[in-house]
Design a protein around this ligand. Structure first.
Ligand code: FAD
Length: 505
């Protein structure tokens, strides 16, 4: 048994929901531990379309509560993390006889503009695509469009920054640690955790457990808790393709498909376009998820309906897939299953409660955390008040619109950084960039260069402050430099990390 006494709350799962709940709870004064079996955001939370959005499409399914809550979160989250979240305008082209009548879309956008407490984001407007630059990469058939506001987020970074902040506030944060069993003992839980890279198991005691294992939530209930016949979540696969930049405009596109679904084409990492997503039921292990040929063909065909120059499978430079852990509301089609979240508490005669989290979106994670904390207070007693609205995630302590100024200041302090490099650092670490740039006067002072602009100083910082352990953590979750490094360069980073940060024998 660990020597750390009894935790108030033990969270299973280091995705956005687990890390968000842990951060909120520790900030209110609870004693918190969290275990993630792989890397933070290695599940669904790095596989999203990466939008902080109300979800225009959910209006069609009458999900007004969810849409309103999500819309309201856009400006709250932007203020909380302006380094990794920023506004984005979306262009929704249409033509006569299209999938949905223009008046219906305009009505949806009117609601979108008005039900969500929008203050800083600009309102919807209509575009003449024959004149607007947004019309250029598209087929001439699309003469009109609506342009509306939503937000962009670096999903994996939002997760790790919640974990970092929770740890800074005193939470015990364990990565690469799988919860293998949880049993009630008198009025508390005994949780057994197995380090996945080997080593002895540890046990922790906690007054309450939170199961935030996302797509694995049912698996945790059956494997760790021994509950039979669990079927709370419906796993719905979604895949994305990344191609070389299809258009120069900073706005994203919202395309409607003949099957009633929609896809986005989004400017991505300066030189790329992100296209997604799909919606198909999934029955395998969430870890094994891969894009299928059908999904690749579907995304290429759907985007090619709009772009003048077709998107072909051979244009794809990267793909990723994830599973939405949707609460199973019995909807017949995957795309119609509710995107809202459901929180359920169960206990034994009022003792040792368990809170299960079903569903949720990146956009609603902070509000989901607040709702979870209401359940936690009801079960084990209240501590502090809600505090996360108006808070800052690490590195986000500058004004919402202050990114360009942060880049400028960083280049004044470190003149050897190129504009591109400084911009990447600000959009990744915000004000924390200086923590590893330190007193450097040249790129050489930052140590070995692994490829592109990834230096040893940055890698060490990620290992020491963000739990990075492998090249994959660094290249695909803490950053997206996986798109930039060659296979040989990535192998060089991997060898360096193995050699330098090998766990003590
Ligand atoms: P996860 O991120 O999967 O986290 C669960 C974690 O639990 C995993 O890291 C896993 O390793 C860990 N775990 C499991 N079992 C154990 C165990 N026994 N011990 C320890 N750890 C364990 N939302 C938006 O707001 N905007 C979008 O644009 C958007 N797009 C999306 C597109 C797609 C294709 C998908 C799939 C989802 C999208 N979402 C979007 C939804 C959003 O990504 C998810 O709702 C959210 O990431 C779920 O987070 P989570 O923490 O519940 O799950």
């Amino acid at each position: 048994m660990s020597e750390q006494g009894v935790f108030d709350i033990f969270v299973i799962g280091g995705g956005i929901n687990g890390c968000g709940i842990a951060r909120d709870a520790v900030g209110r004064g609870y004693k918190v531990a969290l275990a993630e079996m792989k890397d933070f955001a290695s599940g669904t939370s790095s596989a999203a379309t990466k939008l902080i959005h109300g979800g225009l499409r959910y209006l069609e399914h009458y999900e007004f509560r969810l849409v309103r809550e999500s819309l309201m979160e856009r400006e709250v989250l932007w203020a909380m993390a302006p380094h990794i979240i920023w506004p984005m305008r979306f262009v929704l082209p249409f033509h006569k006889g299209g999938i949905r009548p223009a008046w219906l879309i305009r009505l949806g956008l009117f609601l979108y503009d008005h039900i969500g407490g929008r203050k800083k984001l600009p309102a919807t407007r209509t575009l003449d695509m024959r004149r607007d630059p947004a019309g250029r990469p598209l087929k001439p058939l699309f003469t009109k469009a609506f342009e509306y506001s939503d937000g962009w987020v670096d999903d994996a970074r939002m997760v790790v920054l919640n974990a970092r902040d929770a740890a800074d506030r005193g939470a015990l944060i364990l990565n690469r640690s799988r919860v293998v069993s949880a049993r009630r003992e008198d009025d508390h839980w005994v949780v057994t955790v197995q380090p996945v890279e080997g080593g002895a198991t540890s046990s922790y005691r906690a007054r309450m457990l939170v199961n935030a294992a996302g797509p694995w939530v049912d698996q945790v209930l059956s494997n760790a808790f021994g509950v039979n016949q669990v079927h709370n979540v419906r796993l719905v696969q979604g895949s994305h393709i990344v191609v070389r930049k299809k258009f120069a405009d900073p706005r994203a596109y919202f395309f409607q498909n003949p099957d009633g679904r929609i896809i986005f084409a989004i400017p991505y990492e300066d030189d790329f376009t992100l296209i997604g997503t799909t919606d198909c039921d999934y029955n395998g292990d969430p870890r094994d998820i891969r894009i299928s040929k059908e999904e690749t063909d579907y995304l290429c065909a759907a985007a090619s309906e709009y772009f003048a120059e077709a998107v072909r499978p051979e244009d794809i430079v990267w793909t990723y897939s994830g599973v939405r852990p949707l609460f199973d509301d019995g909807a017949s089609k995957a795309q119609e299953a509710t995107r809202d979240y459901v929180l359920k508490v169960e206990d034994r005669d009022g003792k040792a409660p368990l809170l299960n989290i079903f569903g949720g979106k990146l956009t609603t994670y902070r509000r989901l955390g607040e709702h979870a904390l209401e359940k936690i207070e009801g079960a084990i007693g209240a501590k502090g008040k809600p505090w996360t609205a108006g808070s800052k995630l690490p590195g986000g302590d500058f004004p919402e619109t202050g990114q360009p100024e942060e880049v400028r200041q960083l280049r004044i302090r470190y003149p050897f950084l190129s504009e591109r490099h400084a911009r990447r650092l600000v959009r990744t670490y915000g004000t924390r960039s200086t923590a590893f740039l330190g007193a450097a006067n040249s790129m050489e002072d930052l140590g070995r260069l692994f490829g592109w602009d990834l230096t040893e100083a940055e890698v060490r910082f990620l290992v020491e402050t963000e739990w990075a352990r492998s090249a994959e953590d660094v290249l695909w979750r803490r950053t997206k430099l996986g798109l930039r490094l060659s296979a040989d360069e990535a192998a060089g980073l991997d060898a360096y990390m193995r050699e330098t940060f090998r766990p003590a024998a």
